[in-house]
Design a protein around this ligand. Structure first.
Ligand code: HEC
Length: 241
């Protein structure tokens, strides 16, 4: 290979490394969404409305579609999940002005309708569990999955106060929560974050359940069609002899 070709090849090899530069190397915890688990989705929706909607809209999803898919009667949904004057037929939006968001947080809180499709559910799950106290940050917290993130620890009330466990300057990303400082213990908090991400994953693909149901019908139809085709073929064969 000539030198310029070698240089070019070397540069190309660098590209993926550069793209990954922004990501952290904290291993992601596994998170397998289950859209057929309605109680989990319902709990996730409730957590979302209480702890996230203030900053993050879900602008491609409507309230009434959510209520229907999650099996929540509209009255209950209106009473428990919505503030007074919201129309159940509207999209899941909030009153956060884009410019205000930028000024308050450095970045406007993004819409989360597609967040699990962009990052994957495991990333969102691990991210929400990776906040830790860091007095040098504007909101007093940092995040091992997303260093210097411009989001406060929205679930601190539930989780309690998380601190990064370090040995001198060496921190391997382990986070410890001060016992009794939150409303939930570790298992409860993990379950709550699971439900929340399960809900977000459903919002990113509300038609998944429909698609799976339709898929089953299509297969049944094919099986029935096969039986008739088989019988018809046998009839034809009889006539041949
Ligand atoms: C006080 C406002 C606020 C609240 C409440 C809040 N967030 Fe955020 N969130 C932000 C901001 C601001 C960012 C962008 C951070 C940045 O760009 O550095 C963000 C980013 C994110 C991201 C990354 C999105 C992306 O695609 O880049 C996710 C996921 C997320 N938030 C989930 C949540 C969830 C789930 C909740 C509820 C438990 C929540 N947030 C509550 C302000 C908030």
């Amino acid at each position: 290979m000539t030198l310029p070709v070698r240089l070019a090849a070397g540069l190309l090899l660098l590209v993926p490394t550069l793209a990954l530069g922004a990501a952290s190397n904290v291993p992601l915890e596994s998170m397998r969404p289950d859209h057929s688990n309605l109680p989990s989705l319902q709990r996730g929706a409730a957590l979302y409305m209480n702890f996230c909607l203030g900053c993050h809209s879900l602008q491609h999803q409507r309230h009434n579609r959510t209520a229907e898919d999650l099996g929540i009667p509209e009255e209950l949904y209106l009473e428990n999940l919505l503030f007074d004057d919201v129309d159940i037929g509207s999209h899941i939006t909030n009153a956060m002005p884009h410019q205000g968001g930028r000024e308050w947080f450095g970045n406007a809180p993004p819409d989360l309708t597609m967040t699990t499709r962009v990052h994957g559910p495991a990333w969102v799950y691990t991210f929400l569990k990776s906040f830790y106290v860091d007095a040098s940050r504007p909101f007093g917290v940092n995040n091992t999955v997303w260093e210097n993130v411009g989001m406060p620890h929205a679930l601190v009330e539930l989780q309690g106060i998380p601190t990064l466990v370090c040995d001198g300057d060496r921190c391997d990303g382990t986070i410890e929560v001060e016992a009794g400082s939150g409303l939930m213990d570790e298992a409860q908090f993990n379950a709550a974050v699971y439900d929340l991400v399960n809900f977000l994953d459903y919002v990113g693909e509300p038609y998944k359940q429909d698609r799976q149901r339709i898929g089953v019908y299509v297969l049944l139809f094919l099986v029935i069609l096969f039986v008739f085709t088989f019988l018809l073929g046998r009839e034809y064969k009889k006539d041949l002899h």
